[in-house]
Design a protein around this ligand. Sequence first.
Ligand code: SR1
Length: 325
Amino acid sequence: AGGVSGAPAPFDKGGVKIALISYISAGDFFQAYQAGAEAQAKALDIDLRVFPGRQDAAEQREQILQAINLGVSGIVIDHGLPESLGDVVEQALDKGIKVVAFDVNLNNPKIPQVEQSDHELADLALKQVVKDNGSSFKAGYVYVAGFAPLDRRNEVWETFKSQNTGVVEKASFGNVSDTTATSTADQAKAALIANPDITVVFAPYDEFARGVKLAANDLGIGSKLKIYSADVSTADIQEIIEPGSPWVATVATNPAVVGAVSIRAAALQVAGQDVPHQITVKPTLLTQEGLRTAGVKTIEELAQKVPAFSTSDAVTATWIPDKLF
Ligand code: SR1
């Protein structure tokens, strides 16, 4: 470890141990988030310890204790169930470990919260829904309660329905597991068969959207359905732009940028520098039409065209390299 030239202690010497503890590791979003965290850690000569997530609250608690025992200086907690984390996170804080939370409400003034502005994300998606479909249609909705970003997006969906009484939610379903897309596809298939008048599905997580698209294709109803989602990856872009795809829009950040921001928030705190309590990486609306017209086929091409997909000005410092992608 050589450290970062011009950085404050302990980053001037390098090898600072930081843990990334995820609740979910499967799927494009979480893999890209981790890759971004790793890239930012490498640029800061951080010794990043990655603890994979298997949607297991007990295991995530155990991993936090393991990180404390490893003597880490910082912990980034990526998703999780707040009720099972509070006491172990307190133990970390008591030992002087700096903690950052991404998409899990730890409700502690000492813990900066990173999020993708989920209210704005859902709002942008639903504005596009109305632009394409008007404000009277039968809808399917994909939601699993208990995940902070999905709960925030759900608040916007509930308000949207109350303000647009012509929008009728005919079916609500969803599953978060290590097979989210295929399990959601099975549920979507049943919901779409039972409600053939559904023309719009709001699926604000890319694994959900992938599942609904799978179901629509299996049923041969892709041409009469429009799917609106959150998140983006190269695989998502391919699915959105393919001919006849019902997946017509998504609202997204680059998850790798969010991962990098999370590490920067931990590093700044370890260096004794101030970090805002609320750290937001703003999402961008990406429509099928816009992606096709721009000829964008990968997340790298997107990053070349839309600056927000290559970097964020959230929690930066002159000593932190942030041009990573
Ligand atoms: C199960 S929660 C899934 C969401 O977490 C992140 O906020 C991503 O945007 C994804 O949609």
